[in-house]
Structure formats: structure tokens, C-alpha cells
Design a protein around this ligand. Structure first.
Ligand code: OOG
Length: 265
């Protein structure tokens, strides 16, 4: 005998509808309310959220976009504390999100964009998720300074952990500076400038050392079956709080790695 509320199991159709809702928000640049807080589907949890993210990426691929990398979020203690979580999040980067170093970013593509200073890694071979001895660091050939543009599809940038996973972790754009051969990048001073706004931090804010982001990434990719392919860019997560992205010059310097920048237009 059934007791209590009868929960309707989440179906593939629910997953497709949630992906379409977030995709519409991005394409039409219209914010959407939190999925979890609205209680639109039963059992909206992290596993379901990664299924929605997968469906969202399939929609983008069906429009001709190609997955070119992955990004981590919540790799900084400050951001984890703010969200009350202890796990990082993983999202996908597509070719349509690329902003050329020294080029322009079309702000009309975004809803309420913010910029984050980051470190990027480049994979020279596939990572084998099923090999328990896989050494992800040995799959990385290069490192570079990077700027990520995050642009939550949720109203007022307000979301739960599962919400932001479904929304491809707010991924919206990224610029990469010159690649240099893989090297250690702990305790480097990081500066982000957006016009007159300046924020300074250190790569130590990224899980103590950005290389730790690679280990956290492998763990999450194993759990949620996210492929890591040769040629992928990996964004290790923000080194400082994000700055609102406006129509001005944007620049990021990572001590000992180099600089990257673009103009918001
Ligand atoms: C989620 C994405 C956060 C990071 O580096 O922590 C992120 C958000 O805050 O919108 O990319």
C-alpha cells in the first residue's frame, strides 16, 4: 500500500523539456526561474541535472556546435562556501563560446555576463575514465591564462547546485592566452581588469593549486560519464570573485604564465 505523496518518476521527456527551457533562455536571452525551487519535476537532483546538461549540449550540437572542452566551477573555497557545497561542478565548452585573444566579445549574446580569471589546460590525448591508474596530468601538454564568461540562464543569477549543473554551469564564453608547455602554476598572482574595475587573487584559490582541478575533474567525469578527449581545453575554475562584464577592455594576467584579453562590444 502506498503512503504519502505519489511522486511521478522523471521521464526522458522531462529531461528534454528542462533542456529546452534552458536552451530557449540562452538563445532568446531571457532569464528563467530556478528549476529546483519551482519544484517543476519530482526528484530534481545532481544526476538528473547532468542528464539535462547532456540533453542541452545535444541541442547545441544539433545546431552545428562542437564540444571543444570542459570547465570546472566551484573550485574556490569561497564559492563552495557561498553555495554550501563541497563538490566541484563540470560543464562543457563549445566552439560557439570562443572569444579570440585580443578580439571582441559580442555582449548582445549574453543576459547578465560576468568575467572570471582562470588557468586553462590543454589535453594532448584522450583520458581513459575506466583506467583506475589513469594519470590525467600526463595527458596535459600545455597551460595558459584564460578568462571565462559566465552567464547564468537563471533569474538574477540565483540557482541551486543542481540548477547550475543543468544550466551547463553558467558557461557562456572563454578566451585563452598563449599556450606554454605544461608547468606548475601554484601560488601565482592573478589580476583581472574589466575597464576600471580590478580584482586581484592567487591561483592558490583554485583548490589550493589549479592542478588539483584536474584530479577533481577526472573524478566528476568518471561519476557522470563525461568524455575527456585529445584537443580539449580545460578551464580550472575562477581564481577570484567574478566581475560584471561590460562594454570595455577586459584583461587577465597570471604571473609567470602570461596575459589574455578582449574587448566587450
Ligand atoms: C557558476 C559557475 C562558477 C567558477 O569558476 O566557480 C564558475 C556561477 O557562479 O554562475 O565557473
Amino acid at each position: 500500500e502506498l503512503k504519502g505523496p505519489i511522486m511521478t518518476p522523471t521521464t526522458d521527456r522531462d529531461v528534454a523539456e528542462l533542456a529546452a527551457r534552458l536552451d530557449d533562455a540562452q538563445v532568446n536571452r531571457i532569464e528563467t526561474p530556478s528549476i529546483e525551487n519551482e519544484g517543476v519535476v519530482a526528484g530534481f537532483d545532481v544526476d538528473l541535472a547532468y542528464r539535462v546538461q547532456d540533453a542541452l549540449i545535444e541541442l547545441r550540437k544539433s545546431r552545428g556546435e562542437t564540444v571543444v572542452g570542459v570547465k570546472l566551477g566551484f573550485t574556490s573555497k569561497a564559492k563552495m562556501a557561498q553555495m554550501g557545497v563541497s563538490d566541484v561542478i563540470v560543464g562543457r565548452l563549445t566552439d560557439a563560446m570562443t572569444i579570440p585573444d585580443g578580439g571582441a566579445a559580442d555582449l548582445a549574446r549574453f543576459i547578465h555576463p560576468k568575467a572570471e580569471p582562470e588557468v586553462a589546460y590543454l589535453l594532448h590525448r584522450d583520458v581513459d575514465l575506466d583506467d583506475p591508474h589513469e594519470d590525467i596530468v600526463s595527458a596535459v601538454s600545455s597551460i595558459a591564462p584564460a578568462i571565462e564568461v559566465i552567464d547564468s540562464r537563471y533569474l538574477n543569477f540565483a540557482f541551486t547546485y543542481a540548477d547550475v549543473v543543468a544550466d551547463n554551469t553558467s558557461a557562456a564564453g572563454y578566451a585563452i592566452g598563449e599556450w606554454v608547455p605544461m608547468r606548475e602554476a601554484a601560488d601565482r598572482t592573478v589580476t583581472l581588469r574589466v575597464g576600471d574595475e580590478v580584482v586581484t587573487g592567487t591561483t592558490a584559490a583554485i583548490l589550493g593549486d589549479p592542478v588539483e582541478a584536474l584530479h577533481a575533474l577526472l573524478d566528476m567525469c568518471r561519476r557522470h560519464r563525461i568524455a575527456l578527449r585529445a584537443g580539449y581545453v580545460i578551464l580550472a575554475g575562477a581564481a577570484t570573485a567574478a566581475l560584471p562584464l561590460t562594454a570595455t577592455q577586459v584583461a587577465c594576467d597570471v604571473d609567470g604564465l602570461g596575459a589574455v584579453g578582449f574587448i566587450g562590444a
